[in-house]
Design a protein around this ligand. Structure first.
Ligand code: ATP
Ligand code: MG
Length: 413
């Protein structure tokens, strides 16, 4: 079908309260950022809604992109026609004609007209009949059901034109990006942390990513993989800051302690300390990880307890109660899965001991750290040597040179 524009509805929380103006502004900024690669499209704002005029861009390309906008509850592709009854009827019939292949033996429908422009000579009720009758005459298999129709044909009559649409496609929902503050997500190359980042963004957090690498133990490829993951997240956020932290020195020191089963615990604590310093520098108020309770040794409750104490900031774990299957399915839907499963090693998988502790002792861990007199200095150095890059929506992949497929899986809710 040849649509003219897309209608983006805000979530219900947007409709009232003193935050509305700020929320709407945020949504518009994100829509603009995501529309950059589509110069034909332009946007128009109205109370509780945003309209994107397609201007020749394809709706099948733009819908998957705009579904990512946080705070947008749903999207409808719209046909626009002049606000005159003959034109409206004609367009509505043509609209149903194009949807006819979706009709089963018996498909139920109703017309739901709304006269916003009061000068229009027919009431909403009259318009329902004026539009519905010719449709029923033309499509014998259609039956009217005003309660729960398969197709609800919406007809919004406005001064500047009448909007005709029927599909309501669910979008990301949640809170507009950044309206709940800023946080640092610890981004590994795995499946979980990108999902944790997305879930946090959906709750209205602006996220910056921190990644620890141990060159030359981890390859340039492994680093590029994480850059690609951050870039995939930028396809949702518009842009993402990624802090790349050299971790070789600290990691090597831990491997030389002869405390193999505590290495992961010690490494995680140092990562949190460095991330905390970066968070302070970037004015972020929380840390986020991809931990899921019981998934691996470092994610038992005793491990989380000992590791979590290394930071004073709130430590958010959006996936903590989720099953692996749910996490995997989300990662496929947000477009990070295919990157996450690439084989390049992560600094933590490299030195994984045979039996990492599932029940580390806080006193022992504290003692070990106290014997490492250079540790505070190394943590500061790691922060100083951190390299920060910004990734933008629609940029080409570092690994493949191709822009990522912008089509998300259709069944993503
Ligand atoms: P993921 O799939 O996110 O890697 P995981 O189940 O493999 O998670 P771990 O590898 O134990 O679990 O990591 C737990 C969390 O610690 C990760 O979700 C991530 O937030 C953080 N993390 C681990 N390694 C790194 C790293 N190299 N850089 C930044 N954060 C890391
Ligand atoms: Mg991992």
């Amino acid at each position: 079908m040849n649509y003219d524009m897309l209608l983006l509805r805000f979530g219900e929380f947007m409709l009232k309260g003193k935050n509305r103006a700020r929320f709407e502004k945020t949504i518009i900024t994100q829509v603009k950022a995501l529309l950059k690669p589509y110069p034909g499209a332009s946007l128009r704002k109205e109370y509780g809604r945003v309209y994107v005029d397609l201007g020749g861009e394809s709706h099948t390309q733009l819908i998957p992109v705009l579904k990512r906008v946080f705070g947008v509850a749903s999207i409808s592709p719209v046909k626009v026609t002049p606000s005159e009854i003959e034109e409206i009827v004609q367009t509505a019939v043509a609209f149903m004609d194009e949807r006819a292949q979706e009709f089963g033996e018996v498909t139920t429908f109703k017309v739901n007209a709304r006269r916003v422009w009061k000068v229009f000579p027919h009431s909403s009720h009259e318009t329902n009949h004026l539009v519905g009758s010719p449709i029923l005459r033309k499509f014998q298999q259609l039956k009217v059901d005003v309660r729960d129709p398969d197709i609800e044909l919406r007809v919004e009559i406005r001064e500047q034109g009448t909007y005709i649409f029927s599909e309501v496609i669910p979008a990301a929902g949640g809170f507009p990006l950044g309206t709940n503050g800023r946080a640092m997500v610890l981004l590994s190359g795995g499946i979980d942390s990108p999902v944790a980042a997305w879930s946090s963004m959906r709750r209205g957090l602006e996220v910056e990513c921190v990644h620890f690498y141990s060159y030359p133990f981890t390859s340039q490829r492994a680093k590029e993989k994480v850059i690609d993951l951050a870039r995939a997240l930028a396809d949702h956020a518009g842009s993402i800051k990624l802090h790349l932290v050299p971790f070789t020195e600290i990691q090597t020191a831990f491997t030389q302690l002869g405390q193999d089963n505590l290495i992961i615990t010690l490494m995680r604590r140092s990562m949190l300390r460095i991330a905390t310093k970066l968070a302070e520098r970037e004015r972020a108020l929380a840390l986020i990880t991809g931990d899921s309770l019981g998934q691996v040794a470092s994610q038992t409750l005793p491990s989380m307890n000992v590791i979590g104490r290394a930071t004073d900031l709130p430590l958010l774990r959006p996936l903590v109660m989720m099953d692996k299957q749910e996490i995997v399915s989300l990662s496929k839907q947000i477009g990070t899965y295919d990157i996450s499963i690439l084989p390049y090693e992560d600094c933590c998988t490299l030195f994984v001991p045979k039996s990492p502790s599932t029940n580390p002792n806080l006193r022992i861990v504290d003692k070990i750290e106290a014997t490492m007199s250079h540790l505070p200095e190394w943590l500061d150095q790691a922060v100083e040597q951190t390299e920060t890059i910004t990734l933008y929506a629609g940029e080409a992949s570092v690994l493949t040179g191709q822009p990522e497929n912008s089509e998300m899986k259709d069944d993503w809710f």
